[in-house]
Design a protein around this ligand. Structure first.
Ligand code: NAP
Ligand code: F7E
Length: 327
């Protein structure tokens, strides 16, 4: 039985990856931070088989203890402060967790692996946010990075540190440059879920309007359930490498609004949407569209859920949730 350690197991991807690995017969260990973490109940319900260990990416000794207890064959570093807008207001802690936290885990894993650094496979959750002010369209593995947020800068540090540990110590360390991926488990602060939840509530008469920021940004949105398969595939390769994971399609926030509102029979969504300066960013990433060709040819990975299916799945889940809350 293979053993895997997941940091960020309480997050969207952590839950999907935990389910995938358990379905493949892995013994799954999850790092959980904080005293009385409010997401513990969700993890215990979705992943009753997972063994949870308390620690924090900013606390190296807790990572050493976690590795000794979990004795993993594979380490998936999904833990991060991941909300881009928050990262301007909290750049220090974002650097500590999202950037230096990855280094802390790489170093703890290297020391844990001892004489055979490649014996423990390592996945780093890199991000399309690293492309920022994009230097090439579509973005691929070789595209120059130009981050536009403290979060993006922290991810660039973690990305290059992962490559450096591979090149310096021969670690089997891979970095997945994942474009935006969403699901009904997405945090409500991200634009997809904010919209699908508001659409559900507006259609049920529970909310009148939703306030948003920039409606013209374009994102390459995929389904989180598809993307965690790519993470696992990367660690099954003989040689570690970096891969862009994306759908190859891009859509604006306006298109997202079209599809989400149309799903509940509303075509004139403009009267339900206001724009608010508070949701504008100091520096925006205008256009993201990834080229997933390397992942397709080397890993055999392709996304299964398209944009419309994704948005409709999220609206349906929010309708169910809102109806059950109203009961
Ligand atoms: P998420 O839902 O925000 O989950 C982040 C996870 O990190 C949570 O489990 C959180 O724990 C944990 N965490 C935060 N601070 C920590 C700390 N100090 N020590 C240990 N764990 C900590 O993010 P996600 O959408 O699942 O994304 C997973 C990873 O992929 C993240 O690294 C994210 O930056 C990256 N990524 C995401 C996307 C995307 O579109 N979703 C795209 C590219 C890359 P708590 O529950 O305790 O807060
Ligand atoms: O914003 C615009 C906003 O917060 C998407 C994270 O998972 O993906 C995610 O980062 C776009 C931006 O995601 C609102 O300005 C408009 O252009 O959903 P988001 P993100 O910033 O792309 C990357 C790949 C990650 O790695 C991150 O961890 O939507 N937008 N109005 C808005 N965004 C939000 N949140 N709220 C609004 O009201």
């Amino acid at each position: 039985m293979k053993r895997a350690l997941i940091t960020g197991i309480t997050g969207q991807d952590g839950l999907y990856l935990g389910e995938l690995l358990i379905s493949k017969g892995y013994e799954v260990y999850g790092l959980v931070r904080g005293q009385n973490n409010p997401k513990l109940d969700v993890v215990r319900r979705v992943l009753p088989e997972a063994k949870l260990i308390f620690g924090d990416l900013t606390d190296p000794s807790s990572l050493t203890r976690t590795l000794n207890e979990a004795r993993p064959d594979e380490v998936y570093n999904l833990g991060a402060i991941s909300f881009v807008a928050y990262s301007w207001e909290n750049a220090g802690i974002t650097s500590d967790v999202t950037g230096k936290g990855a280094f802390n885990l790489l170093e703890a894993t290297r020391l844990y692996a001892g004489d055979n650094p490649a014996s423990v496979r390592f996945y780093q959750a890199s991000s399309s946010e690293m492309f920022g002010k994009v230097q090439e369209v579509p973005q691929r593995e070789s595209t120059l990075l130009w981050p536009r947020s403290p979060y993006g800068v922290a991810k660039v540090f973690a990305h290059y540190m992962t490559i450096n540990y591979r090149e310096s110590y021969g670690m089997h360390a891979s970095s997945g440059v994942l474009f935006n991926h969403e699901s009904p488990r997405r945090g409500p602060e991200f634009v997809t879920r904010k919209i699908t939840r508001a659409v559900a509530r507006i259609s049920l008469g529970l909310q009148e309007t939703v306030a948003l920021g920039n409606l013209d940004a374009s994102r390459d949105w995929g389904f989180a359930g598809d993307y965690v398969e790519a993470m696992w595939l990367m660690l099954q390769q003989d040689v570690a490498d970096d891969y862009v994971i994306a759908t190859g399609e891009t859509h604006t926030i306006r298109e997202l609004l079209d599809v989400a509102f149309a799903h509940v029979g509303i075509t004139d969504w403009q009267k339900y949407v206001t724009q608010d300066e508070r949701f504008m960013r100091p520096a925006e990433v205008d256009l993201l569209i990834g080229d997933p060709e390397k992942a397709r040819s080397a890993l055999g990975w392709t996304p299964r859920v398209d944009f419309k299916q994704l948005v409709e799945m999220m609206v349906d889940a929010d309708l169910d949730e809102q109806r059950s809350l109203a009961r």
